[in-house]
Design a protein around this ligand. Sequence first.
Ligand SMILES: Nc1ncnc2c1ncn2[C@@H]1O[C@H](COP(=O)(O)OP(=O)(O)OP(=O)(O)O)[C@@H](O)[C@H]1O
Ligand SMILES: O=c1ccn([C@@H]2O[C@H](COP(=O)(O)O)[C@@H](O)[C@H]2O)c(=O)[nH]1
Length: 240
Amino acid sequence: MPEATPFRRILLKLSGEALAAPDGYWLHPPTLAALAEDIARTIESGAEIAIVVGGGNMIRGARISAAGWIDRATGDSLGMMATVMNSLAIETALNAAGVPARTMSAVSMPTICETYARQPALHHLDKGQVVVLAGGTGNPFFTTDTAAVLRAAELRCDAVLKATQVDGVYSADPKKDPSATRYDRLTHDEAIARDLKVMDTAAFALARESRLSIVVGSLHPPSSIAGILSGEAPSTLVAP
Ligand SMILES: Nc1ncnc2c1ncn2[C@@H]1O[C@H](COP(=O)(O)OP(=O)(O)OP(=O)(O)O)[C@@H](O)[C@H]1O
Ligand SMILES: O=c1ccn([C@@H]2O[C@H](COP(=O)(O)O)[C@@H](O)[C@H]2O)c(=O)[nH]1
């Protein structure tokens, strides 16, 4: 059995971009299957998991509206719908790996999936099901990072694990500045004051208010979700 994680109920924030194929196609079934196996191992170690997935493999509202042909709120609606597509793909991969999972969307789409409501979501988690929380917060001008912290606070999660493209929080964006150095640990205040853009300020501020820890680590092998939580893979802890 994998090593036990220090957190029991985890809000797993997955990068949408990390679900894309190497050739850029939106979704990559082998990546989804590997992710589902990783989540299954994490559950075996005793964790309960709620998931929020981004939409960066398809649409980011701020980016498409910057081109001028669509307004920001409509661009954000497209972005939220992209997260529903990613959520259904993750639900499918989890079920195929034998992990019971259900998607609940903040944007009501009753013919496609359940609408998010807190009490039923808590009930599903208490029964050991993975809940995939789609549609972000349901409002434009937010991100799925903020949605992840919001749902983590609502659903009594012990921590948010942001599993993304990089293996922690750096002094600057490591994709742009090769001299950036990784922090092992930071406070929320430090992350906000240093404007470390791995998550938006609204997400860090809500986590600070809710006294929620955030762990940032990489989704890419040799790193893994189970490895980050057991301390075998590198990560950064943002905590009070
Ligand atoms: N100080 C920093 N430390 C670490 N990463 C940073 C920092 N500043 C910017 N980044 C960038 O933030 C990115 C992660 O956040 P980003 O919002 O792009 O993706 P995401 O939230 O994981 O999901 P999606 O791909 O769906 O948008 C990393 O890939 C990294 O390049
Ligand atoms: O609460 C929310 C969450 C997301 N959006 C829109 O979706 C995209 C994709 O999410 P990322 O966090 O960027 O991966 C985002 O750019 C927004 O356009 C939203 O409107 N509200």
